[in-house]
Unconditional design. Structure first.
Length: 137
């Protein structure tokens, strides 16, 4: 949202029909365009549906509105309007892993493989101003 943005709400509707508000910004400010992140991951069961709502104020009462007489359309300019949401997620299967107990072997193997790949990839990066060869690998 840009200058006419007023309110935003993200909700999840669970498979049983219950709804929960995940993010509620009742007094949106253009300067708050940053990442909202939970301290703990939110697990959503399969079949859950996200509902995203945005409210805009194109009236002369909105002191940030650049032109209340203008028909507002979607666009990238700050005199246009838009609303998008980037929701980052990762599919997961509950494993019953408990802090302090041994990890399952497949989890350890996957972590070792990922770390090995990360280390190999870091050797490809040559931090010289005109060397872009790492983009090709």
């Amino acid at each position: 949202m840009l200058y006419r943005g007023k309110v935003m709400r993200y909700e999840v509707e669970y498979p049983d029909g219950e709804r929960e508000t995940l993010l509620w910004v009742p007094d949106y400010d253009f300067n708050w365009q940053f990442l909202y992140e939970y301290k703990e991951p939110k697990f959503l069961p399969a079949g859950s549906v996200m509902h995203l709502s945005w409210w805009f104020d194109n009236s002369s009462d909105n002191r940030f509105n650049p032109d209340p007489t203008m028909d507002v359309v979607y666009g990238p300019e700050t005199t246009d309007e838009m609303a998008n949401a980037r929701i980052y997620y990762a599919p997961t299967t509950k494993r019953g892993i408990v802090v302090g107990e041994d990890l399952p072997q497949d989890v350890l193997d996957a972590a070792k493989k990922a770390e090995k790949q990360r280390r190999e990839n870091s050797k490809l990066l040559v931090l010289e101003e005109n060397d872009l060869s790492w983009l090709l690998n």
